[in-house]
Design a protein around this ligand. Structure first.
Ligand SMILES: Nc1ncnc2c1ncn2[C@@H]1O[C@H](COP(=O)(O)OP(=O)(O)OP(=O)(O)O)[C@@H](O)[C@H]1O
Ligand SMILES: [Mg+2]
Length: 280
């Protein structure tokens, strides 16, 4: 459900840390309403620095970031957090309340909403991530998967227009990865924008329609996920190997004459079936 209304405009963004290390070098890109964007790149490429600039935790050294028409230099982080939900890399650092319910209620309470509205938002957000049954539990004692979901629920309770997740699937098992990405996809299907940083290429292929690749503080590639994974030689510069299934498909290109770039197992299956029908 992408309409071409920009939600994040990044214009000539350069960011230099106080130790003079320039982590982002003249970045230009626009994210549109309703997109699901994967952000990938080697360790230290600048992905988290970019997300912190978007969420206003860091301010551009040069250039501008416009969120929903407002420059991040002219808005407080607190105000931005009602537009952008941010799940940090190492999300456990975001947990601090003694129950799941209090954790999720914290943001809405800070907005000074009515008690009825706070309770409605807690209920809705916990239902969204499937955790209503553990609302009285102590968050740090939960499984890693459930802790991540509590953070996501607390972010959704702010009713943000877009969510940004920095490596939400690190350390999660297969099921946990797909549950978290599934929650993000639901949010996206409801018309919201999602940005996800991850090192799991198969998840990018499964969920993100667009992918931006970072390499040493610059954008290496920015396009549809299919176009991006069709360029393994360029991706090597940022030490990225396309998903295994894409590589299998590419190797069959020579064997079976397959032309298409496949992103998922079912796509590869269909492509092989079609090609064998054509050969028969
Ligand atoms: N507070 C800081 N002061 C100085 N340099 C920093 C600081 N934080 C990050 N950097 C450097 O900036 C560069 C980009 O870091 P960043 O955390 O944005 O990378 P990343 O792409 O998120 O990497 P990863 O995949 O490992 O999370 C790295 O070289 C990092 O060492
Ligand atoms: Mg990072």
């Amino acid at each position: 459900m992408v309409n071409r209304e920009p939600v994040i405009e990044i214009k000539n963004l350069t960011f230099t840390y106080p130790n003079n290390f320039t982590a982002l070098k003249n970045i230009n890109t626009t994210i549109y309403n309703g997109e699901f964007v994967g952000i990938i790149g080697q360790n230290g490429a600048g992905k988290s620095t970019l997300l912190k600039n978007i969420t206003g935790l860091l301010k551009p050294t040069k250039g501008d970031i416009i969120i929903d028409g407002v420059n991040t230099k002219e808005i407080t982080v607190a105000r931005l957090s009602t537009k952008i939900g941010f799940v940090l890399q190492n999300p456990d650092r975001q947990l601090f309340a003694e129950t799941v319910e209090k954790e999720v209620a914290f943001g809405p309470r800070n907005l000074k909403l009515s008690e009825d509205e706070i309770q409605a938002r807690v209920k809705e957000s916990l239902a969204y991530v499937g955790l209503e049954h553990i609302r009285d539990k102590f968050p740090p004692a939960l499984s890693k998967g459930d802790r991540a979901k509590v953070i996501i629920a607390s972010v959704l309770a702010m009713k943000p227009r877009l969510i940004i997740l920095d490596e939400p699937t690190t350390g999660q098992d297969y099921r946990g990865c797909h549950q978290i990405m599934g929650i993000a996809k639901e949010f996206n299907k409801a018309g919201h924008t999602v940005l996800v940083v991850t090192h799991h290429m198969a998840l990018v292929a499964d969920y993100a329609e667009r992918t931006i690749v970072f390499c040493e503080g610059e954008i290496l590639l920015d396009g549809s996920t299919r176009e991006v994974f069709a360029q393994p030689q360029t991706l090597k510069k940022s030490f990225i190997i396309p998903p295994q299934i894409t590589m299998v498909g590419s190797s069959l290109e020579k064997e079976l004459g397959l032309q298409e770039i496949c992103l998922t197992v079912s796509e590869l299956g269909d492509t092989v079936l079609n090609s064998s029908k054509n050969m028969a």
